[in-house]
Design a protein around this ligand. Sequence first.
Ligand SMILES: [Zn+2]
Length: 422
Amino acid sequence: MRLQCEVEVVSRLLPSCGLRGRGRGTRALLSLGRPPGGARGGSVYLMVCTARDRGGARYKVQENIEQFFTRFVEEGKATVRLREPAVDICLSKANASNLKNFLSAVRLAHQGTNVSALPLSALVPAKTSEVEKPKTKMIITSKRDYPLTKNFPYSLEHLQTSYCKLARIDTRVLCLKKLRKLDLSHNHIKQLPATIGDLVFLQELNLHDNHLESFSSALCNSTLQKSLQFLDLSQNKIKALPIQFCQLRELVNLKLDDNELIRLPFKIGRLDHLRFLSAARNKLPFLPSDFRKLCLENLDLFGNPFEQPNPLVPNIQLKIPLTLLECAARATLNYRLPYGCHLLPSHLCEDLEVAKTCQCGGACLSSFIQITVTMNLHHVAHTVVLVDNMGGTEAPIVCYFCSLDCYSEFLDDTYLQSSCDY
Ligand SMILES: [Zn+2]
């Protein structure tokens, strides 16, 4: 019979410091049994194994117990007072029903009645895993300390392996299903395995300073959608993020600095939990039109080659008359008709996903007029890091128009506004 709990053995001969049994226990494994080689019918011992003493201390049980203190047994606490040596064995943090079973076995062994019917165990040293606190955090910051032969503790919730020159993510790490925080910064990782998406509790993923060239759509479709709040992809070689990226709806903090991004995710406005966004020192010529839906605390877009917007030089993709496909797509979106891969070919579904929205609120698929206008970033963020060394907080943002009417209405408004300014 064995019991896992916390134990403090207090001598009654030494002056008590008044802290007896008040949560100062260490994790322990208690066994009730006979020592190996002990004769049948020989003495029964209570053995207490701790991480410091895995071999364990043995106490004779028969006619050696002065008193049981079991008032708090329902809370998993009890004390066994021995005669010889004069110690109190204070047990805490035990499972209450296991504790009751264990104590009743100890009581029977003490009385010496029916000992042969007791579920005795072999008194063998405890395994490390039985007496050590499960490890939840591990930080490795050099290749020298990276475990090559030993496994990572299964209980890890926070793992950092930085400066280890890792070229890929270790499959042993992907088996740590309790991970909440994974920091793989400062390595040489080129690709992310889709199985990261199996880490269902992962909230923070740090991939700062690696060799990533992409972030796969499989990860965007994984359970990370429900868990991932912090993602650091800064200092990599990423040129674009997939359309599906904005399905990571729980993201609060996204770092994309020092990459080669030529555009931000088209539907970035869907990240409605996002509060901190940085994409400094990329290759962004302008921001997607959806960007104005963001509501951020902090935004950093410093050092991007933003183009000078000119609303009077439109990119005209308008094809008149509209194709049948364009008409059908606009109607589907404007009337909010339900669609999905069970109803439409998947490429049409994808096209509908990236449909543009005109200033009038109407949808357009591949027939539109596109311009860039200036937006003050304070419209979407409380704190804005300057976009250049000239003190600017403005950036070009894309606008779409579904028809010439909508475009000319916009021009009229702009023209009227600027003529009012004079
Ligand atoms: Zn319109």
